[in-house]
Design a protein around this ligand. Sequence first.
Ligand SMILES: Cc1cc2nc3c(=O)[nH]c(=O)nc-3n(C[C@H](O)[C@H](O)[C@H](O)COP(=O)(O)O)c2cc1C
Length: 397
Amino acid sequence: MTNGTLGFYSSAELREAARRRLPRGLFEFMDRGNDDEIAMRDNRRALEAIKLRPRVLVDVSARSQEITLFGRSRAMPVIVAPTGSAGLAWYEGEIALARAAAAFGIPYTMAASSMTALERVPAEAGGTPWFQFYMWPDRPASHRLIARARDAGFEALVFTVDTPVAPGREYNLKAGFTIPFRFTARNVTDILAHPRWLFGVLARYLVTTGMPRYMNFPPETQTRLTSLPMGRSTALDNTLTWEDVRELRRLWPRKLVVKGIQHPADALLAADCGADAVVISNHGGRVLDASPAPILTLPRVVDAVKGRIAIIVDSGFNRGAHVVKALALGADAVMIGRAPLHGTAAAGEAGARRALQIYRDEIDRVMGLIGCTSVAQLSRDHAVMPCEGGGAACQGH
Ligand SMILES: Cc1cc2nc3c(=O)[nH]c(=O)nc-3n(C[C@H](O)[C@H](O)[C@H](O)COP(=O)(O)O)c2cc1C
């Protein structure tokens, strides 16, 4: 393809290409939700139900989607969300994603659960990357990880707080895609049926660094994904409290982001503890299946926080129009998880770039169609909420 599209014209087409390229069990891990996948469905339905009311006869010949976040200009109102194991989508997928984000002038959030050592991302991709982590029960090990991220120069630390216990993902168990990974007849057949992934990803690791592993975990627990459980020291910590946010504030010298907020009161607590931003998120419908769509929680959080800290939102924002809806409702930026990951799985860095380009084009087009030339012009006046029309979509919102 010479026109830069790689033949993909929407996030849905990149998803389809990822589905073909990845072993089924891995694609399911990267794409699906949990339990009955109600939250995923509701995220999408809520975003579809909100409409944008255009203003017409506005000169929209010069449009910009630039925003300022944390005092720095960003070329797009989008941030690449942390997606653990992105290095399984493509060989060194984390570097591919980081380079794509840097090229588009936006932050890439690297997950601690990565196949790439965190120091390589700022060094090899440049840009303004952020670092996301889950606090481990082994606090000294967590603090050493944070110190590494600080020394590597990450712009922001993202502390994810929505997963105190492991979510239920039956399909991973069924497909045998669990950590530690155990080879079964089913998943071996699945891998053999996807030779582009077998040779392009797995085999490249095997001949370079060996079986993929979590490169940012403490050396004593940094086992291969096929090894025995990594132990309690780096498991999910179900004892976390707001005191941990205060402690992080003391430890981390730059921007601190609390990810996985769903209640306005929790957003205020995050601000009180010194956070610079919250991410309203239900983890893309991957954790609590009974959670509401973040786009519907957003206005309440915006009203409660009153500009004290930045508000980022994610979960289900598959189109540029969805991003514009969030900005109209008061979000400072939107995180996107699966779309750039699918792009990476489809075509590495070029695919990640194509995913971001699709958002950029769609946001630009939608802004023009509703009569806006800058993000600052977007307001609630542009958003038509489902409740304004009454009916079933109103219930509970
Ligand atoms: C495969 C995958 C792995 C993820 N891993 C993490 C993670 O390690 N840490 C985290 O805070 N969120 C993680 N998330 C959630 C994303 O950061 C983000 O909240 C979510 O994907 C947004 O929804 P979207 O995929 O519909 O854009 C992951 C999501 C996916 C799809």
